[in-house]
Design a protein around this ligand. Structure first.
Ligand code: NAD
Length: 478
């Protein structure tokens, strides 16, 4: 099967070469098409880091094995990892965190957790604005189809892989609408999988428990940002991020890579551990239904770890027997092809088929408009909320009433604490006057009055009601 191959930057070319040699020796049914993406492309002036020729190959093969990429800092370069995930619709990031005790040092013998991270949404939409001299904003976008797709994927994955529990990690006690949606869709989908336990946990205690009691977890499902952090915690406490592979799965494309980065500090020195990329390759083989070859590679690799043949990142005096470089590690795996580990569980992969996820039809809610939040840049000397409230309140009518002012989400007018620190960024909440059903024309007229009064509005958010439920949060202290 044809697979696009991006060797990557830093240690990428060395670990890719090592992995390719192992795959060739294992007679993996893969034909690689090299593509060039990454640092050299960025520095040639293409800020996406991905030339057209690479897209052509990806459209043909629909599969990518990718080495780590160095994203140059500054200079407006976009992370090509994020671009690839979004452009190719790779919504599910699957990161197994497995420990190999007693052969690789870890506090958690027997750890076997799979982190499933939503890969396209959340703050990674990359929509950021500086709105006033003092205030910046990053939009956290959580969509219903995005939540449903990843929740369905997590449960389908759990069932297909004999897992018993899915734990959804969110912060819905604070972000009631965004993380609340993620958690409520998770709960809806969970009802269709009575054979799999479902639990929800808040991310702060969830991360602490993953670092300290990973035995409490089986499959972990999380929105993008928490999933990114949790999967590094998981991989590190299992033994090393250098051992972890990652699959990025979408309906039409799939991308496989190590969890770690391009490690420029050891690049070109034949020191890097190729295991993360090899683990990603095993995931790729399973994904295309080549479970037998995947098991042959995995078992040879496990036997190598068991024999104490270790690269520097996992070498531990007393545990390890032979310190090797990248090439010699690959040789050691090749020598063990056909062997199985003696102590670690022997890997066996069925003829797994890629998981297909269908969204349930959704009914359109009834939408009503309750009012509008108008955000202002206002920086008069004392920043006295009452002074702003007194200027804005008379501008509200006839369609609206000024309900409150907040600063960084905290109510500061008409009620509030004089101690609250106020920035130059204010929100004025205008709600419909009694008996009025406002529309966009009413909002435009309101903005016209605010503008004519010499006040600077910088953005608005409509206050919608969906099937009678407010689609907006209250101000803190309201
Ligand atoms: P890193 O993962 O590259 O390195 C962190 C530490 O781990 C370093 O000390 C490194 O030597 C070590 N390390 C990493 N992989 C190793 C391996 N296979 N064998 C032995 N030691 C290994 O993280 P970083 O230094 O934060 O990032 C370096 C670059 O990689 C940055 O440009 C970053 O943007 C990029 N990055 C890319 C990806 C990706 O392509 N998926 C992921 C993470 C970081």
């Amino acid at each position: 099967m044809a697979v696009s191959l991006a060797a990557g930057d830093g240690i990428g070319p060395e670990i890719s070469a090592a992995v390719l040699r192992i795959l060739e020796a294992a007679r993996a049914p893969l034909a690689f098409e090299p593509i060039e993406v990454g640092e050299r492309v960025y520095l040639s002036g293409l800020s996406s880091g991905i030339p057209d020729s690479a897209w052509d190959s990806l459209r043909r093969t629909r599969l990518l094995l990718k080495g780590p990429i160095t994203t140059p800092v500054g200079g407006g370069y976009k992370s090509l990892n994020v671009t690839l995930r979004k452009a190719l619709g790779l919504y599910a990031n699957v990161r197994p965190c497995v420990s190999y005790a007693p052969f690789v040092r870890t506090r958690f013998a027997g750890m076997d957790v799979v982190i499933i991270r939503e890969n396209e949404e959340d703050t990674y939409a990359g929509i950021e604005h500086r709105q006033t001299p003092e205030v910046t904003q990053c939009l956290k976008l959580i969509t219903r189809p995005g939540c449903e797709r990843i929740a369905r994927y997590a449960f389908a994955y759990a069932r297909a892989n004999g897992r018993r529990k899915v734990t959804c990690v969110v912060k819905d006690n604070i972000m009631k609408l965004t993380d609340g949606l993620f958690a409520s869709v998770f709960a809806e989908v969970a009802k269709e999988y009575p054979d799999i336990a479902a639990e929800r946990i808040i991310v702060d205690i969830g991360a602490a428990l993953l670092a300290d009691r990973p035995d409490k977890f089986d499959v972990v499902l999380a929105p993008n940002l928490y999933g990114d952090i949790l999967s590094d915690i998981g991989a590190q406490v299992a033994g090393s991020v250098g051992l972890a592979g990652s699959a990025n799965i979408g309906p039409d494309f799939a991308l496989f890579e190590a969890v770690h980065g391009s490690a420029p500090d050891i690049a070109g020195q034949d020191k890097a551990n190729p295991s993360g990329m090899l683990q990603a390759t095993v995931q790729l083989l399973v994904h295309i239904g080549a479970g037998e070859v995947a098991a042959r590679v995995q078992n040879a690799w496990l036997a190598t770890l068991e024999d104490g043949v270790h690269t520097g990142d996992i070498f531990e005096a007393g545990l390890s027997k032979q310190l090797v470089g990248t090439r010699a590690f690959a040789d050691a795996v090749i020598q063990r092809l056909g062997r199985a580990p003696r102590h670690l569980p022997v890997a066996a992969f069925g003829a797994a088929k890629p998981l297909k996820v269908e969204l349930a039809p959704a009914s359109a809610p009834l939408i009503g408009l309750d009012g509008v939040d108008v955000f202002l840049h206002w920086d008069e000397a004392a920043r006295r909320p009452a002074a702003l409230g007194e200027r804005l309140a008379p501008l509200a009518g006839p369609e609206f009433q000024l309900q409150m002012l907040t600063n960084r989400g905290v109510q500061v007018w008409p009620k509030g604490f004089p101690e609250t620190f106020c920035t130059d960024h204010w929100r004025a909440r205008f709600v419909a006057a009694p008996g009025v059903s406002p529309d966009n024309a009413a909002i435009l007229a309101l903005l016209g009055r605010v503008h004519a009064a010499g006040l600077k509005f910088i953005k608005t958010e409509h206050l919608y009601r969906f099937d009678g439920k407010p689609g907006y949060s209250l101000g803190q202290g309201q």
